[in-house]
Design a protein around this ligand. Structure first.
Ligand SMILES: Nc1nc2c(c(=O)[nH]1)N[C@H]1C(S)=C(S)[C@@H](COP(=O)(O)OP(=O)(O)OC[C@H]3O[C@@H](n4cnc5c(N)ncnc54)[C@H](O)[C@@H]3O)O[C@H]1N2
Ligand code: MOO
Length: 402
């Protein structure tokens, strides 16, 4: 039979083979982008603090700054001699006096205590005194470097930047960040049913789905479509896609039917088979081919299988290529169902989760199979079930959240 599954690999072998190629391909050039455009990109270097935070001792309250000892020594209170706001240069506090101070303003030399405005009493003659108890010495002062000192590690190399890092880098006055140049991925759909004028035309839902998954992972995506079953047209497009991008992803045309041309088209371009088929369900036809160090991921056409193969095999490869250190992590939950895998097959099933006092409750989401698209919107995560480890109700299992 054409391109039959005579030498399938198991799930872990497939992952290991892909990881070995990813390591070999992971050195990526860097580029500089404005901080505002850096969200979603991966840092090329460690970033350390150029200044401590706070840079100096500052007030945590709107109120009054004074010497604790001087306030303790007087019953009448201390005269208020002015006010400091954030952004003002600090002026030393004259002995025996107090200063109005706003949140974020530097603590003047000579002051070692701040009390909130509403906890102080200002007399008609301009003396300030605690309304009830005097605060402790050092109260309401944020110390220089208490959040982090100069030189502290702020963002490590290989981090995918988000809003948290944006604030951290901006507070250091950083306006430009060195990031890894995104991997360019070609997504190629194929099949005569995708032609608009086909007698039984079908919408291409896999390309936009895969593009969304890849873009979310930080890759740049170029879409190609071969709405035909012509092998020659397919090889021409694949050749062009491979010349223009770093990674090739095809969807459909990788099973054993007469019109499943992807393997032969790639072979005609000199690609060799890394593995042909994986003992997983769904996604059995997943095939990976290589041209030198570069990979082509041939994903099945069934949308559910295509999504699962992308989540499990393609995205980790793309992330490693881009130098991303912490990949998406799995979370534990407690199953409320049983599932017995087919012998020799690793299953991936979409599950929903519900937050309960004892942890996340994992439930199987009914699905009509590998062609199912709606199941992913009803689910929250993917559960891997290996053949020697069936699911029983009440087990703790780790899942990959979407
Ligand atoms: N004799 C066998 N037949 C099949 C086997 C097998 O082992 N032996 N495996 C089945 C499995 S599993 C899958 S999955 C499919 C995968 O086949 P292909 O990757 O060749 O995909 P196609 O045949 O081209 O299409 C299958 C299905 O998916 C739809 N499709 C394709 N491309 C798209 C797209 N871009 N957007 C949305 N939908 C798409 C296509 O219309 C078909 O309905 O093979 C089984 N057969
Ligand atoms: O990839 Mo197929 O899903 O196993 O239908």
């Amino acid at each position: 039979m054409r391109n039959s599954f005579t030498s399938m690999v198991d799930c872990d072998t497939a992952l290991q083979l892909i990881a070995a190629y990813a390591e070999g391909a992971s050195v990526r050039p860097l580029m500089h982008v404005p901080l505002a455009e850096a969200v979603g990109r991966i840092t090329a270097h460690d970033v350390r603090a150029v200044s401590a935070r706070p840079e100096a001792d500052i007030s945590a309250m709107d109120g009054y700054a004074f010497s604790h000892a001087a306030m303790q020594a007087t019953e009448a209170g201390l005269p208020v001699v002015g006010q400091m706001a954030a952004g003002d240069l600090p002026v030393p506090l004259p002995v025996g006096q107090a200063l109005g101070i706003l949140t974020g303003a530097r603590i003047p030399q000579g002051a070692d205590c701040v009390m909130a405005k509403e906890r102080m009493y200002l007399t008609e003659t301009g003396l300030v005194q605690p309304a009830k108890m005097l605060a402790e010495c050092g109260a309401n002062i944020r110390r220089a470097g208490e959040e982090f000192p100069q030189g502290a590690m702020l963002v490590t190399r290989g981090t995918r930047l988000d809003w948290r890092h944006t604030a951290l880098l901006a507070c250091q006055g950083i306006t430009e960040v060195a990031v890894i140049r995104p991997v360019r991925v070609a997504v190629v759909s194929n099949g005569a049913e995708l032609a608009e004028d086909a007698s039984d035309t079908r919408a291409d839902s896999n390309s936009p789905m895969l593009a969304a998954l890849l873009r979310e992972a930080g890759a740049e995506v170029v879409l190609y479509s071969v709405p035909s079953d012509d092998e020659q047209k397919l090889s021409e497009t694949l050749a062009q896609a491979w010349a223009e991008t770093d990674v090739l992803v095809t969807t459909g045309g990788i099973s054993v039917g007469q019109t499943d041309n992807v393997m032969d088209a790639l072979r005609s371009l000199g690609a060799e088979t890394v593995f042909r088929g994986v003992t997983i369900r769904p996604g059995k036809p997943l095939t990976v081919m290589a041209q030198g160090k570069r990979l082509a991921f041939c994903l099945p056409g069934n949308p559910g299988a295509s999504a699962i193969c992308a989540l499990v095999f393609l995205l980790p490869y793309v992330r490693t290529m881009m130098g991303m250190v912490a990949s998406t992590s799995q979370v534990p939950g407690i199953t409320d169902f049983a599932f017995t895998p087919v012998a020799g097959t690793t299953h991936f099933i979409p599950v929903s989760f519900k937050i309960e006092p004892q942890g996340l409750r994992l439930s199987a989401v009914p699905t009509v199979g590998a062609s199912d698209i709606i199941v992913f919107s009803r689910a929250s995560a993917l559960l891997r079930i290996d053949p020697d480890y069936p699911v029983e109700a009440g087990q703790t299992r780790w899942v990959l959240p979407f």
